[in-house]
Design a binder for this molecule. Structure first.
Ligand SMILES: NC(=O)c1ccc[n+]([C@@H]2O[C@H](COP(=O)([O-])OP(=O)(O)OC[C@H]3O[C@@H](n4cnc5c(N)ncnc54)[C@H](OP(=O)(O)O)[C@@H]3O)[C@@H](O)[C@H]2O)c1
Length: 256
C-alpha cells in the first residue's frame, strides 16, 4: 500500500535508537523527509545508506528548555506535516513515597516538552489543513505496570492531553493519536531486562522467558512492527483515525 508520504515532512523525537529510530526510518522509506531529533543528534540507528538523503539529525534534549525552544523556532521556520512524539523512559519506582519534586521532574522531562513542541508544530499543520500528531506511549496507560509509577502516571496525563487535542484540531485536517508499545525489543528493554536479572539474581534469559510468557504472541515485538503502526497513522489512509490509542503489544494487554 502506498501511504502517500512522498513530499511530506516529519519530525521524530527520540529518534537516534529504538522505537523512534525505527519510526523515522520507515517514514523515510515511505517517502517522507525526516528530521530525527535526540540528545546525541545521531542519525537513527540502522538507517540504510540509501535513505541518508531523506533523513537529517538534530540535537534536542527534552529536559533542556533552551533546546526545546530551538526546535520550536525551527518548526516555525520549517513547518512539518507529521510529528512523532517520543521521549526517554523515567526511572522505575513505586507510587507510594514519590516526592513532588520527582513527579514534577518526570512531567517536565516527558509531557511538558511534548505538549510545547506539538503546539509549535500545530501552527503549520492547521495552516496547511493537514497534519498528523502521533505520540508514543506505553501499555502502562491501559494496564499500569507495577513499580513504574512515574511512567504510568505521566503517560496517563499524556493520554488525556492527546485525546483532548484530537477533539480540538480534527476539523482543521489534523489527526492526533497514540501508539502503545507492549514489549518491543529495543536497547532500553534489553537494559531493563539486564537490570531486573541483576536485581533478582536470575539469568537474563530467565527474565526474558518470564516476560515472553505474558505475551500471547510468545515473543517481544520488533521495532519495525511498531513503526508500521506509526507509519499507518501518518498516512493519508488514516485520515479518519483520530483520538485513538492503538496497541502494538502482541496481545499483552488483557483488557478489551
Ligand atoms: N520498547 C518498549 O517495549 C517500550 C514499552 C513501553 C514504553 N516504551 C517507551 O517508549 C519510549 C521509547 O522506547 P525505546 O525502547 O525506543 O527507548 P530507547 O531505546 O531508550 O530510545 C529512547 C530514544 O529517546 C532519546 N532520548 C532519551 N532521552 C531524551 C531526551 N531527554 N531528549 C531527547 N531525546 C531523548 C534517545 O536518544 P539519545 O540518548 O540520543 O537522546 C533514544 O533515541 C520510551 O519512553 C519508553 O519508555 C517503550
Amino acid at each position: 500500500m502506498d501511504f502517500k508520504l512522498n513530499g511530506k515532512r516529519a519530525l521524530v523525537l527520540g529518534a537516534s535508537r529504538g522505537l523512534g529510530a525505527a519510526s523515522a526510518i520507515l517514514l523515510a522509506e515511505e517517502g517522507a523527509s525526516v528530521v530525527a531529533a535526540s540528545r546525541s543528534g545521531a542519525l537513527p540507528q540502522g538507517l540504510p545508506e540509501a535513505l541518508g538523503k531523506r533523513v537529517t539529525a538534530v540535537r534536542l534534549d527534552l529536559e533542556d528548555p533552551a533546546s526545546v525552544e530551538t526546535v520550536k523556532q525551527t518548526l516555525r521556520d520549517n513547518p512539518v506535516d507529521i510529528l512523532v512524539n517520543n521521549c526517554g523512559g523515567p526511572k522505575a519506582g513505586p507510587a507510594w513515597g514519590q516526592s513532588t519534586a520527582t513527579w514534577q521532574a518526570a512531567f517536565m522531562a516527558m509531557a511538558a516538552p511534548v505538549f510545547d513542541i506539538t503546539d509549535a508544530a500545530l501552527a503549520g499543520m492547521t495552516e496547511n489543513g493537514w497534519g498528523r500528531i502521533i505520540t508514543i506511549g506505553s501499555s502502562g496507560i491501559e494496564a499500569p505496570i507495577p513499580n513504574l509509577a512515574l511512567s504510568n502516571g505521566v503517560r496517563g496525563a499524556m493520554a488525556g492531553w492527546s485525546k483532548t487535542l484530537a477533539g480540538e484540531v480534527a476539523s482543521r485536517g489534523v489527526t492526533v493519536n497514540m501508539v502503545l508499545p507492549g514489549r518491543i525489543a529495543t536497547d532500553r528493554v534489553a537494559e531493563l531486562d539486564a537490570g531486573k536479572a541483576e536485581k533478582t539474581g536470575q539469568s537474563v534469559e530467565a527474565v526474558r522467558e518470564a516476560s515472553r510468557a505474558t505475551i500471547p504472541a510468545g515473543r517481544y515485538g520488533k521495532p519495525e512492527e511498531f513503526a508500521a503502526v506509526v507509519a499507518f497513522l501518518a498516512s493519508e489512509q488514516a485520515s479518519f483515525v483520530n483520538g485513538s490509542m492503538i496497541r502494538a503489544d502482541g496481545g499483552m494487554i488483557r483488557s478489551i
